[in-house]
Design a protein around this ligand. Structure first.
Ligand SMILES: [Zn+2]
Ligand SMILES: [Zn+2]
Length: 611
């Protein structure tokens, strides 16, 4: 039995209470599981009736009744046979399936509250009365055991907190989050598209979304260049053998797209009577070599490094690539841009000596700091993943690990941001740092990582010639501090609530001629802006000015330039900015251009309002 945290206990107990209420209202419901989550809890039900918003209210009311009844959670240890016959008797077949998951020899426990008995390992609060602040939130479809091959069940999500005020604050945050949902803003502002015919989890960037991404990439590339990184490009597929050497295949095949084997080769094998199982085995063992859609960029950067001899004087070598990789996520896990199947990492691999690791890590963290500060994400923390002491599951020398961990901690400390040590969270090949940023409404987003790796240099037999003229093993640092461009842009959309700073905004200036008579002058200003790289658009529709202003406001364009007869005559524009929401007065076109250019070049932030 795993002891849950007090918050988890409240949430998980709330799931039991919800199941109790659902069975009172819908006795024919079949129950699957109801674990706590990081945001609350859920329970999966199989029921012909489709839950409605009204049902949620009724269930919530019934839950309150169950809470009032102050039912104790009672733990009952049973035998496998007893459990089996109990669930057969009450016709809860999912529970019988879950019972079979419990390994032989482990205790099998029921938890009972009132009339409801669940198969559960615990743990719970004392009585239902301990769950005071909860709310049911939504209904979603969820495949049994997360597999599309199984029946789709109805999942009810809820959340619970120890105190009513905490629940209230959370619900307020959720409301804010809904307004900022990048899927909604992405649609409203036409930033990206996901198309069933292309595939779920595969992002199509619209011209507007592509501008944001391109500006971000330019910015990151500029900073990388300053820090001595070199840009490389590598292909989207590579031979399976490469990923066998790196250890990514076949061990992680569940999270990869299937290997690519040429049709002609498959037909030939089929003709020879090769069964599917044999074929799969031949692919796994390397008897057939196909290609793999790239799940990681590292092996290719390693091959680039290995393609040249290196002396210690050449190190560190820093290869950067916005490298697109593909991973197989369960369809139920996919969310807009933040959980996808194809994504472009802001990836880089640093090859250095043991002595250089510290400075390289510092460089990585410094870079992250610069970029996050520019984006107004000044509130972030780092998690330092360390190895479990006395465990033999790690690659590399204990001595190097100690050094790397010490360095990571020193570097984290020197950054002046909050950090936590997480023992046992290191990768088996080296310690790491994860970045977690808080957005303007206080939600945390995990971005990317910096990892020290002693394993891949070994597997690929990398070396450089040291000052002693002997071959030495370099250390590899992997870093993708923003995770991926998809995820990072999704997070930024929510962070800015669609109000992008001028340098990122797909449309920076909207020109609003008051009548058709000013269209020509507006066009001439457009040309001037275009010539200096400012992204503008002339709204020459024949609407009233008020309507044009509202449209530009809804679309969150940073600047409106209003042009009437007077302005056209004087060669001026009346400036209205998104930040000030009022007219700032008249300026010459040149004055405005120099102001906006300054803002773009300095990547100035807009004031981030909470709406
Ligand atoms: Zn339970
Ligand atoms: Zn890597």
């Amino acid at each position: 039995m795993k002891q849950m945290s007090p918050l988890e206990e409240i949430r998980h107990s709330a799931a039991h209470i919800m199941a109790t209420a659902v069975l009172r209202l819908f006795p024919e419901a079949k129950l699957d599981i109801g674990p706590p989550t990081s945001m609350g809890f859920y329970y999966d039900f199989d029921l012909d009736h489709k839950f409605t918003a009204d049902d949620l209210k009724r269930i919530q009311t019934e839950m309150k009744a169950v809470v009032k009844e102050k039912q104790p959670f009672e733990r009952i240890e049973v035998t496998r046979e007893e459990a089996d016959s109990f669930f057969r008797k009450i016709g809860q077949h999912y529970k019988i399936g879950r019972l079979a998951d419990i390994p032989e020899g482990e205790p099998i426990t029921f938890y009972r509250n009132g009339e409801f008995t669940d198969l559960c390992a615990g743990t719970h609060v004392e009585t239902t009365r301990n769950v005071r602040a909860f709310k049911l939130l939504s209904i979603a479809g969820a495949y049994h055991r997360g597999s599309e091959k199984n029946k789709q069940l109805q999942r009810i999500y809820g959340t619970a907190f120890p105190q009513k005020e905490e629940l209230k604050a959370y619900l307020h945050q959720m409301e804010e989050a809904k307004k900022r949902d990048h899927r909604k803003i992405g649609k409203d502002q036409r930033l990206f598209h996901i198309d069933d015919d292309v595939g779920q989890g595969l992002i199509l960037w619209t011209p507007s979304g592509a501008i944001i991404r391109q500006q971000l990439q330019n910015f990151i590339s500029e900073e990388l260049r300053k820090q001595g990184y070199e840009q490389v490009f590598t292909p989207h597929i590579g031979k399976l053998g490469l990923y066998r050497t790196s250890g990514h295949f076949p061990y992680y095949s569940d999270s990869q797209y299937p290997p690519i084997v040429h049709r002609a080769e498959l037909s030939q094998l089929a003709e020879e009577g090769c069964s599917c199982a044999e074929l799969s085995n031949k692919i796994d063992t390397g008897e057939i070599d196909g290609y793999l859609l790239k799940p990681m960029n590292c092996p290719m950067h390693i091959k680039l490094f290995a393609s040249q001899p290196h002396s210690y004087r050449d190190l560190p070598v820093r290869f950067a690539e916005f490298g697109t990789v593909y991973r197989w996520e369960q369809s139920g896990e996919l969310t807009g841009m933040t959980r996808v199947r194809g994504f472009t990492q802001d990836d880089a691999h640093l090859f250095c000596t043991d002595e250089q690791v510290a400075d390289e890590l510092k460089g990585c963290l410094y870079l992250v700091k610069v970029i996050l500060n520019t984006l107004g994400m000044t509130n972030y923390r780092v998690r330092v993943g360390l190895r479990e002491p006395d465990s033999d599951k790690y690659a590399g020398e204990a001595e190097n690990w100690e050094k790397a961990e010490k360095v990571l901690l020193e570097v984290a400390e020197s950054m002046g941001v909050p950090f936590t040590k997480e023992v046992g969270e290191a990768a088996f090949y080296g310690p790491k740092i994860d970045f977690v940023v808080s957005d303007v409404i206080g939600r945390e987003w995990q971005l990317g990582t910096v990892q020290v790796d002693y394993n891949l240099p070994e597997r690929f037999d990398l070396h450089y010639v040291g000052a002693d003229n002997k071959p030495h093993r370099p250390v590899l640092v992997h870093r993708a501090p923003f995770g991926s461009m998809e995820r990072f842009c999704g997070v930024l959309i929510e962070h800015f609530g669609g109000n992008f700073p001028t340098w990122l905004a797909p449309e920076q200036v909207r020109l609003l001629p008051i009548t058709d008579n000013q269209n020509e002058f507006a066009e001439s200003i457009f040309e001037k802006l275009f010539a200096v790289g400012i992204r503008a658009f002339v709204d020459s529709q024949s609407d009233k000015l008020g309507a044009k202003i509202r449209r530009a406001e809804t679309e969150k364009t940073p600047y409106m330039l209003i042009i009437g007869a007077k302005e056209a005559e004087k060669g001026e524009v009346s400036v209205r900015s998104r930040v000030n929401k009022s007219n700032e007065g008249n300026f010459s076109v040149e004055e405005f251009i120099s102001r906006i250019k300054h803002e773009v070049e300095n990547r100035t932030l807009p004031q981030l309002a909470e709406s």
